[in-house]
Design a protein around this ligand. Structure first.
Ligand code: 6GU
Length: 227
């Protein structure tokens, strides 16, 4: 999969994909992430990309022209399955959306800044608007990094243990059960006996019960969700 990201602060996107699982995905050629500096596509003086909003009011708005220049220049080489605008008023991101997006070949992410982007870009170029939660970030970059991470780790071959994404929290609308590792006992706190029993059927049953209990306690709304 290829993910291109248009940003005014591309430096914010360097480190998130340079380590750990994202790095491995890139090294294996399973995920390509390119960051495009919006300022390289403006024709305005001093690399200007934003301006005052018509009608007045505080906050600058990202201009349509540099964004369209950037998008259309990228579209010469790539047919995007989705052109996604990261914005706090978008659809709230969740695991199901990550699963769906992971099936695409080419994604273009656009990071907003300031008061937002000119509405005409949203009307004519954007195919999806996504938020990562009900709080406001100073720009879309960290949200884009969240999307790329959540999507990237789902690509076949990225995780070492192919089954491990399937047992994540949320994958079946359940939170993950508790996990333990060595030592068996630490300051009198013991690992549950069942996990040491070697009885895999009973262990799976226990994990499922724990997942349900954990979900009931913390996120009961998940249990009433469909599928
Ligand atoms: Cl996608 N962008 C910004 N600026 N703030 C956010 C967000 C996105 N999602 C939640 N808050």
């Amino acid at each position: 999969m290829k993910i291109d990201i248009i940003s005014v602060v591309p430096a914010l996107l360097e480190s998130p994909f340079a380590h750990s699982i994202m790095k491995r995905a890139k090294d294996k050629g399973l995920l390509e992430v390119n960051c495009i500096n919006l300022r390289d596509h403006t024709t305005y003086a001093r690399a200007q990309v934003d301006d005052y909003q018509f009608g007045g009011g505080a906050g600058m708005v990202m201009m349509i022209e540099p964004l369209v220049n950037a998008i259309e220049s990228l579209q010469k080489d790539t047919r995007y399955d989705e052109v996604i605008f990261l914005t706090p008023d978008g659809e709230t991101f969740n695991q199901q959306m990550a699963n769906q997006l992971s099936l695409n070949k080419n994604l273009l992410l656009i990071c907003g800044h300031y008061k937002g982007i000119d509405q005409r870009l949203r009307d004519h170029f954007i195919t999806k608007e996504i938020s990562i939660g009900d709080y406001v970030l100073s720009g879309g970059e960290l949200a884009a990094a969240v999307l790329v991470d959540a999507i990237g780790r789902l690509l076949p071959g990225v995780l070492n243990d192919e089954t491990s994404a399937l047992t994540d929290s949320f994958q079946d609308n359940l939170l993950a059960p508790p996990v333990y590792t060595r030592p068996v006992e630490f300051r009198t706190w013991k690992v549950p006996d069942i996990l040491l029993s070697g009885n895999h059927a009973r262990i799976e049953e226990w994990r499922h019960e724990q997942a349900i209990k954990h979900t009931e306690e913390r996120r009961p709304n998940l249990l009433s969700k469909e599928e």
